[in-house]
Design a protein around this ligand. Structure first.
Ligand code: A2P
Length: 339
């Protein structure tokens, strides 16, 4: 019998994409339930040609459910993922609540699918910026061993959720109408601006988003020796995160070799023809599944270094698609059960 699937946070930016992705990839299911807060209970969400009535998330929501995809924020996951597991349901969680728990696999299917074998009910979906970066780093690491990474990001507002999409739209409208802009989601105006703050500041003066990239990369790549430093920036783009990535490797890779390796890598599309002005951009990656890599060139300031520009749809590969791909591997490998 095909699994009963629940999407938690089904009315949100990621939850809606999860439903679309299940349809688009023909994920086998006998039933799909849309769950959200009491605020949206009774409202409708689209599921292919059907509409689903949203139900309120409660501790009893997971009875008879085999697989739950969560994207309703960290506190919701902390509270309800264990309830789901108790009901025998396997959880793929998009929040940051469980990512660094040593008992929880943190998985990007192109990079570390085998980590799914030891799950105990919860599998964490990594941070959006981390996912697209490791898809490109893994084949480089396998070929030349990465010693150090310096990354700066240009992240879309959709990563913050539906409210942030509306905030950017409203500010653009306000400014074009000669009005003062108002903000409630971000600490400053995001329209026609860049914010070098994503999530909260930590004691070490980095933001939480920056440290997520550092810690999650080591866990997914299964290599604590990779040194990484990040600056994460919110930009006025609706869909698609961009990243400028500098990589220092143990072994020398020419840009040509790196391009050849990345062209063969799963989930990657190399878009790198400067002569024709072809390179990755959010407007190209939005609505696509692959991670786009371009501007591949040697870092002439060090012996073994590469620079590249990596762009992906943060709602797709950065969230919903990666979660559904995890579910596909679980199903294929008979891991949709709690050991
Ligand atoms: P709701 O629409 O009922 O508030 P986004 O990241 O786009 O803001 O979406 C967040 C998603 O998480 C929405 O579907 C939202 O539902 C859901 N959500 C937020 N808080 C809760 C909660 N306490 N219980 C269940 N769902 C929640």
């Amino acid at each position: 019998k095909n699994p009963v699937v629940a999407v938690v946070g089904a009315t949100g930016a990621v939850g809606r994409e999860m439903l679309d992705t299940l349809v688009r990839r023909n994920f086998p299911h006998s039933e799909v339930r849309a769950l959200a807060s009491s605020r949206s209970a009774g409202s409708k969400v689209e599921f292919g040609s059907k509409t689903l009535t949203v139900q309120e998330l409660t501790e009893d929501s997971f009875v008879g459910v085999d697989l739950a995809l969560f994207s309703a924020g960290g506190s919701t996951s902390e509270k309800f993922a264990p309830c789901a597991v108790k009901s025998g349901c396997v959880v793929v969680d998009n929040s940051s609540a469980w990512r660094m728990d040593p008992a929880v696999p943190l998985v990007v299917p192109e990079v570390n699918p085998d980590d799914l074998s030891w799950h105990k009910g919860i599998i964490a979906n990594p941070n959006c910026s981390t996912i697209q970066m490791v898809v490109a780093l893994k084949p480089i690491h396998d070929a030349a061993r990465i010693k150090r990474v310096v990354v700066s990001t240009y992240q879309a507002v959709s990563g913050t959720g539906q409210k942030a999409i509306v905030e950017l739209e409203n500010q653009v409208r306000q400014l074009f109408n000669g009005q003062e802009s108002t903000n409630s989601v971000y600490p400053h105006r995001i329209a026609f601006n860049c914010l070098p703050q994503i999530d909260v500041f930590l004691d070490n003066e980095y933001t939480k988003e920056e440290m997520k990239m550092v810690l999650e990369t080591k866990k997914i790549m299964g290599d604590d020796s990779i040194r990484l430093t990040a600056t994460t920036v919110r930009v006025p783009v609706f869909y698609g995160h961009s990243e400028s990535v500098n990589i220092e490797t143990e072994k020398k890779l020419t840009s040509k070799e790196a391009r050849a390796i990345l062209s063969q890598a799963p989930g990657v599309r190399v878009l790198d023809n400067p002569g024709e002005k072809i390179y990755p951009m959010p407007i190209l990656a939005a609505g696509e599944d692959e991670t786009f890599v371009g501007r591949i060139r040697e870092d002439e300031s060090i012996e073994n270094g590469l620079n590249m520009f990596i762009v992906a749809d943060n709602i797709r590969k950065g969230a919903a698609l990666n979660a559904v791909q995890i579910a596909e591997v679980l199903l294929e490998r008979g891991l949709l059960r709690i050991a």
